[in-house]
Design a protein around this ligand. Structure first.
Ligand SMILES: [Zn+2]
Length: 700
């Protein structure tokens, strides 16, 4: 099973990304060491003229038949949304996706150059090998299911509980474990040291509620049909495949019942943390010895590790004892084929697309092979490709300009904390202490991850994927019990996103997001403040959202709040929850609780960026570009960032699982709480975009 469990442990499981568009891969969380001293192979080149366009604010996009004060979304984005349909191979389309296309096209040029260089070494060899084997469609198709036949035979031979447990250990040791996540992450209580964490997993659908709520029955049935089809493709007779599919659904439903929902996990980060000794863990799961599991993964025995979610693991242990080995074999057989499918012949890859992309998310066409292969490289060797990417796609002056912007945002945030009316001076002092330790990371890591020991070749695509997967898993396990390497990055430089990691109190901005509409070295100030400035403010505010605020200045999970301040905070957040609960996304309401942390971050982020812009432009005449004021353009660029079309299916998945509200509500939600917005567009009390003073929420 190559697919990672749905809940991942590593930085990004507890870190909060700007947008859900990034894939949260576990092991390839980067960092790594310089190979710069070695002779460089042929210099990489980027032909920018071949890249797709960026999406920047244009005054001609405004729908002047709409009123910014009553329908800001329609005024700023309506025309654009109507004119820009979602491409067939995507399920959403907006500023993020357009930059992602641009990044992908740049990556394609780099991968082709790496593959063409037969003498490539280091990261270029890895990228070139994955690319050229992945693009060899004829060979992949000729092999059919052959590459995983040995694995399936091993599953067929599992006759009893002991054999199954042995198989779970040995496949996990190869980085193939869909049942639960296992890996290193900073210890919540001592964030300078890495601890081993186990998490829940095992489900093929994105959330427990797909299994448990009647309203999702159609998707569950479609998943069951998919399981049957996958088994049939692998040679299981139809009637038998249908029976096995039914059993797999029952198996996963049992796991769903003891799993935590997306909402629970996003609103209580402590659910990830349950430190226990190996002996106590073994007592909780009598059929699954953690002592033996650690041994089998090559991890030295630890004094403690985090076993989350305990009820999930207790149930899994029970299932080892009471579930027919034939059902276990069906479950393992299906997931082994299913997770390998993207790397197998067209029949398998297409079936994978049919369910996960088309049925579940409304994607009309499968992505062309070259994009799928780049997706695989991103998952397995993202930072290797990133090392090539930043050489050609990240101008040095961008970094300097960004550093200045981050500095100005920092100053503005300090000003806001000092002026908070709802917080006591004592707690403010601690908030400022946390503010003082923020670490910004911009563009790409100072130190690149090393890939020594990963062996790839020109022989087999899935062989390369499995080798990289195992390498990444072991690389991650190698950190357990060791000090945290603070130079590591949890996103590759070519990712169009940003994140905050509460365990290191760091804000991270990959190179690929530093383009319009977020950032443009030649743009007027208000565009950069309404774009990347608000993103910087957003990530900083995550340090003070309902979960981020549970971590202290050094990243340790601790309570630094007075009781009265905590109460004041939750009064404000309750108001924000109600605001988003009231938004209707195509017949389904937004979940204000699930999206609370992100909404707090937007609220603080945009307000902080506005303050910083005012400071930066103090005393400078308003250029009134295109007949719009500086303040108007600030809010319009914020809206440009959050214009996005979704397929109805994608929207449905996100409303259940994504801690971010649908983008178009982010465009309007925060401005509706800001008097500066009302002033910028001369709105009147009572207008839809102007909340009454007692309804406005200001948290940070
Ligand atoms: Zn965020």
């Amino acid at each position: 099973m190559i697919r990672k469990p749905p809940i991942l442990l590593l930085s990004l499981a507890v870190a909060t990304a700007l947008s859900a568009c990034a894939k949260k891969d576990d092991a390839p969380a980067p960092a790594g060491a310089a190979t710069a001293a070695k002779a460089e192979p042929a210099a990489l080149k980027l032909d920018e003229s071949k890249l797709p366009p960026v999406n920047r604010f244009l005054v001609t996009d405004l729908d002047t038949s709409k009123n910014a004060c009553t329908d800001f979304g329609g005024y700023a984005n309506g025309k654009w949304l109507a004119a820009n349909a979602i491409p067939g191979d995507r399920t959403s389309w907006g500023a993020f996706e357009m930059l992602a296309e641009r990044s992908t096209a740049a990556q394609q040029q780099l991968a082709e150059q790496a593959a063409a260089d037969k003498n490539a070494t280091g990261v270029e060899k890895i990228v070139g090998d994955l690319w050229s084997t992945g693009m060899d469609e004829a060979k992949i198709n000729a092999q059919g299911i052959e590459p995983i036949k040995g694995e399936l035979a091993a599953i067929d031979a599992l006759a009893d509980k002991d054999a199954i447990v042995g198989y779970l250990r040995s496949s996990a040791a190869k980085g193939q474990n869909g049942l639960f996540g296992f890996g290193a992450e900073a210890d919540f209580k001592d964030s300078s040291m890495n601890l081993a964490y186990a998490s829940q997993g095992g489900l093929g659908l994105p959330d427990r509620e797909y299994y448990l709520k009647a309203e999702n029955k159609a998707k569950l049935d479609a998943y069951q049909a998919h399981i049957g089809k996958v088994l049939e493709l692998a040679g299981v007779p139809a009637a038998d495949a249908a029976e096995q599919a039914k059993a797999v659904i029952a198996f996963e439903t049992r796991l769903a019942k003891v799993s935590k929902s997306s909402e629970e996990l996003s609103r209580d980060v402590s659910l990830y943390y349950n430190p226990v000794t190996l002996a106590d863990a073994d007592k909780l799961t009598p059929n699954f010895s953690w002592t033996e599991f650690f041994k089998s993964q090559g991890v030295a025995p630890q004094d403690k590790f985090s076993l989350a979610i305990p009820a999930f693991h207790a149930e899994l242990s029970k299932m080892l004892g009471d579930t027919d080995p034939a059902i276990w074999r069906s479950y393992l057989r299906f997931h082994t084929i299913d997770s390998a499918s993207p790397y197998l012949s067209d029949a398998f890859a297409n079936q994978n697309f049919e369910f996960y992309a088309k049925n579940l998310r409304g994607q009309k066409e499968i992505k062309p092979r070259w994009k799928r292969v780049l997706g695989t490289i991103e998952e397995q060797a993202g930072e290797a490709l990133g090392q090539m990417y930043v050489k050609v796609a990240f101008p040095a002056e961008s970094k300097a300009k960004m550093e200045a912007l981050v500095g100005n945002l920092r100053t503005a945030l300090k000003g806001r904390i000092d002026n908070l009316s709802w917080m006591s001076d004592e707690t403010k002092k601690k908030a400022v202490a946390k503010w003082e330790t923020f670490t910004p990371k911009i563009g790409y890591p100072d130190k690149w991850r090393e890939w020594n020991g990963l062996s790839t070749g020109r022989d087999s695509y899935i062989g390369n994927v499995m080798a990289a997967n195992e390498f990444n898993y072991k690389w991650n396990l190698g950190k357990i019990g060791k000090p945290v390497d603070k130079t590591e990055w949890g996103m590759s430089p070519q990712t169009v996103n940003a994140y905050y990691n509460p365990l290191q109190n760091e804000i991270v901005f990959p190179a690929a997001i530093l383009q319009p509409p977020f950032f443009d070295a030649n743009a007027t100030d208000e565009m950069n403040y309404g774009g990347i400035g608000a993103v910087i403010g957003h990530e900083m505010t995550h340090g003070y959202d309902d979960q981020g605020a549970r971590f202290g200045p050094t990243g340790n999970f601790e309570n630094w709040w007075s009781e009265a301040d905590a109460k004041g905070f939750s009064g404000l957040t309750d108001k924000l929850i109600s605001q988003f609960d009231a938004y209707d996304a195509g017949g389904t309401k937004v979940n204000g609780k699930l999206t609370l942390g992100e909404n707090i971050a937007d609220l603080g982020g945009l307000a902080t960026a506005y303050d910083a812009m005012k400071k930066a432009t103090e005393g400078q005449p308003d250029p009134n570009t295109d007949g719009l004021t500086r303040d108007q353009r600030f809010f319009l660029n914020w809206a440009t960032v959050w214009r996005r079309n979704f397929t109805p299916e994608e929207l449905a998945v996100r409303l259940k699982t994504d801690p971010h509200a649908p983008a178009n509500f982010r465009a309007i939600g925060t401005p509706s709480n800001m008097p500066a917005f009302a002033a910028a567009f001369s709105c009147k009390p009572g207008d839809a975009m102007v909340r009454a003073a007692d309804q406005q929420v200001v948290i940070w």
